[in-house]
Write a protein that binds this ligand. Sequence first.
Ligand code: GLC
Length: 756
Amino acid sequence: MKSQLLEILAVSAFSILTVSTSVAKTPVYKDSKAPIEQRVEDLLSQMTMEEKLGQLSQINSFNDPKWNVVLYQNIKDGKIGSIINEVNGKRIDSLQRMAVKQSRLGIPVLFGRDVIHGYKTIFPIPLGQAATFDPEVIAAGAHAAAVESSSDGIRWTFSPMVDISRDPRWGRIAESAGEDPYLASVVGSAMIKGYQGANLSDATSIAACAKHFFGYGASEGGRDYNSTFIPERTMRNVYLPPFESAVKAGAATFMTSFNDNDGIPASANHHILTDILRGEWGFKGFVVSDWSSITEMINHGFCSDAKDAACKSANAGVDMDMVSGCYLKYLPELVNEGKVPMSVVDNAVRNVLRIKFQLGLFEHPFISTPQTVKYSAENLAAAKQSAEESVIMLKNEGDVLPLTSGVTTLAVVGPLANAPYEQMGTWTFDGEKSHTVTPLNAIKSMFGKNLNIIYEPALAYSRDNSTEGIAKAVDAAKRADVVLAFVGEEAILSGEAHCLASLNLVGAQSQLISALAATGKPVVTVVMAGRPLTIGKQLDESKAMLYCFHPGTMGGEAIADILFGKASPSGKTPVTFPKSTGQIPIYYCHNNTGRPANRTETLIDKIPVEAGQTSLGCTSFLLDDGFDPLVPFGFGLSYGKFSYSGITLDKSTYSAGDVIHASVTLANAGSHDATEVAQLYIRDKVGSVTRPVKELKAFRRVALKAGESTRVDFELPVSDLAFYGIDMKRTVEPGDFTLWIGTDSNASLSASFSVK
Ligand code: GLC
């Protein structure tokens, strides 16, 4: 009896202890003080297969009463790890409450959205932000976007897009940082810093996503989603550096690209997703496919069906399936059949959970950022600064700009003078045109009744082929002192799947500019576009030209400030402008070839009749458009008159571990204060493989008052000269180099050095 009693007492004591322990003991994964890796392992160890696959599945939001029942149940069953395109904060919090409080393990959902260049306050499109050559302004823009989007519960953006883009026919050049690997690396890293902030777990930080991995910008023919043919060495020397920089900048996620490169779709490319991204670069975040890019491998003819696609993507290293549903559906079978090891699934889940823990989602899964952050004065000011620095002045004949008080009547014409929606550009899902300040409205606000403004759009929209409205615009021009002509592209003409064979101004815009120029009045043309356009004719017909890659919400104020001298333009071209599409691909960091153009070739209109076969010389140029582009990379004028002199290097010979100290005198002989982007280029004159004639390796924004000059110093580690050579290893090869410092990629002031 006694022993029974003791046994009962012992069991009950144990059970009390257990209960008390269980009541008191918080699971490790819910312990915010526990190391993240321990939390990951603890949670993973408790997850069912279905719950694991839930974390690897992103669905597109839908708010359909008849389907919500299914959605809610799937969330409660832990089958949905991420939702894309839900932006209603109240609904996000409600769905999150289901996940956190009603699912078995309470794993928060990660809500994602394309916050590409602003959420509500829209900044210049990324190509415009790249034109600022200002990483601080770029980071500030990304931070503003993070703060605004987090106020609606978005904690993940699919940005920065760092695809090297050298074909302006491709609509997505608008989303890129242009043609140069160094500039794209700086721009991408700045955006990641802005999105993710000092601490990813801050409620206003959002996870960045470096995309599209890899080579998407080389889509053949400039046609979106098309195949690319990038060999390993070019991949490593040109297309991968911005992605490697993104890993170093701490990007939380990566996204695969739609294209197949040399026959392998990116979403099944084990070499880049596992060997390089994880093996060489040590990436610890997670990889998401692009929209259905896994099952699109069936269309590619790379996979036989969705199950095959799920198998190849999972084994290649894609952690999360964006909206195709094939992981949730087929991975159980594939694991049971031994075609996808359970370790692959577990590692993918680890990668996703790691980011969710780093985001602090388990500690603060619900919205805590106030709605007042949207369109805050701070964000609008940041957007204006970015827009102002993104404006590129391509021409300013006779210093017609800035406009002076001598202008009493102004003709403001063109379809983009007052186009609030178009001005925001592509990928502005959540921007609201009602907040856009257009150039027309900015100028009116600036002058009120003190300036006679005649407004004539002439065309209803950029593609409008009707010339009926041109006469009124011409009449306005005849009555004005100066004509401001706002032309370019509607937002829909660039961005995803919006590629063009011709880059001439669309509609009757070209006729409009010609008619305005024919009046003899000075025409200042302002182009708003998502890409470089072939605007050579308009450049000839205009006294001055400002080029603005869709400048966003505050673009109008920024442009007005520049037109009237409250600010000086400082933007530089992040991409080469071709004379014609026939010159494409055209970019500054090209190889020299065995027969480089000498730039004095005889062009087609000057070729003598019956010219002898070899009389024109045999060099690498085009008979009609020659060799030079319309506008080179890195180009942009300002109201300053900048000159470079006195370039010096601290040594003439360097060792591999050295830092090159280069210096130059920059003077502003103009009558306006202005900012110059001084650029440093190098050339490796002889390599184990051919090397570009120039490569941007550093740049500095330098503000100089009128008449001021200063020394500009650069420090360039010799290790930055490394490239993948004949042995496919990244090394600095000994030899002779040229270094230039100047105002654009045609910089001529140079110095020589050697690396031993
Ligand atoms: C799109 C784009 C990608 C975007 C994703 C989600 O197709 O390629 O850049 O982030 O789908 O909208």
